[in-house]
Design a protein around this ligand. Structure first.
Ligand code: NAD
Length: 299
């Protein structure tokens, strides 16, 4: 038996469909259109693609998309002023500054400038504090998406051992908090962890968020585990033709699927969930800024 494939592309598309429906309802009943502002500094090719896709999907969901493209040489002060302007703009409910920003800027300063109520990336310390206190706030999009896929795959997570490989503020730490909230026993591993293989082998749920292609091998996986591969790594793919590349995850997919009960592919697993959850956060932010009960919308 090979593992079943957790289809994040399909889940994300259904979620975006529900959000579109909710946005129509919000517009009709409250005359409010959620607005998402995305700020891109410089011309990093990968960031350009992300920002373009965010804009397209925001509009498809019936939301207002505001895009600001600032030149590479923009000063940190000017970027902070832009964020301040968006903080006080009533038509903007969510703000996302596309990272990485150029090296002359301090990422944390920018994160902390965004109003926590408009921080749809969920990276402001106020929001990470809410998450680690088990309270509701803005949750970072990729871990939120990964957690939705896990909950959709397993009816109850209570008491299961979840091993997270990676401890970043963007992915590893928030997913650990989300799984702790579901009563998992959580172990966080990182670059200094000793005997990573043995720890991974004890995981009922294994989440890889490292950024090393196929680090996690077939013999690191417990039989019938759920494997969530957050990694996105671009590799040469001579089999597809000269100069061609392909995306691979942090898990050896072909090996892992012989052992696991279910696994996310790369691409098509966690990746598509990120923008869907960004739109979800934007709708939640819009509701909370307008004193509307989000649970009115059946998402
Ligand atoms: P990061 O570089 O900030 O963190 C990587 C983590 O891996 C660190 O905590 C580090 O301690 C750990 N690590 C490094 N080497 C290790 C090793 N040999 N063994 C164990 N742990 C090790 O990266 P990130 O932002 O958390 O992203 C992780 C991966 O997820 C990347 O491939 C990234 O592209 C991907 N990602 C995907 C999405 C998405 O699907 N939309 C979003 C964010 C990140």
């Amino acid at each position: 038996m090979t593992a079943s494939i957790i289809d994040g592309k399909d889940y994300a598309s259904r979620l975006r469909g529900k959000l579109k429906f909710a946005v129509t309802d919000l517009k009709e009943r409250y005359k409010i259109t959620p607005g998402l502002a995305v700020v891109l500094v410089g011309n990093d090719a990968a960031s350009e693609i992300y920002v373009r896709n965010k804009g397209i999907q925001t509009k498809e969901a019936g939301m207002e998309s505001f895009e600001y493209r600032l030149p590479e040489g923009t000063s940190e002060e000017d970027l902070l002023s832009k964020v301040e302007e968006l903080n006080s703009d009533k038509s903007v409910n969510g703000i996302l500054v596309q990272f990485p920003v150029p090296k002359h800027m301090e990422q944390q300063k920018i994160i902390e400038k965004i109003l926590p109520s408009k921080d749809v990336d969920g990276l402001h310390p106020v929001n990470s504090g809410y998450l680690s206190s088990g309270l509701s706030g803005m949750v970072p999009c990729t871990p939120q998406g990964a957690s939705m896929l896990i909950k959709d795959t397993l009816p109850s997570l209570s008491g299961l051992h979840a091993v997270i490989v990676g401890r970043s503020n963007l992915v590893g730490k928030p997913i650990a908090q989300l799984l702790l909230k579901e009563n998992c026993t959580v172990t966080i591993c990182h670059s200094r962890t000793k005997n990573l293989q043995a720890t991974c082998l004890s995981a009922d749920i294994l989440v890889a968020a490292v950024g090393i292609p196929e680090l996690i091998k077939e013999d690191w996986i417990k039989k019938d585990a759920i494997v969530i591969d957050v990694g996105i790594n671009r590799q040469q793919a001579p089999e597809k033709g000269e100069g061609k590349t392909k995306l691979v995850g942090d898990v050896d997919f072909e090996g892992a699927r012989k052992i696991a009960a279910a696994i996310t592919p790369v691409p098509g697993g966690v990746g598509p969930m990120t923008i869907a959850c960004l739109l979800l956060n934007t709708l939640m932010a819009t509701c909370s800024q307008n004193n509307i009960n989000f649970s009115e919308f059946k998402i």
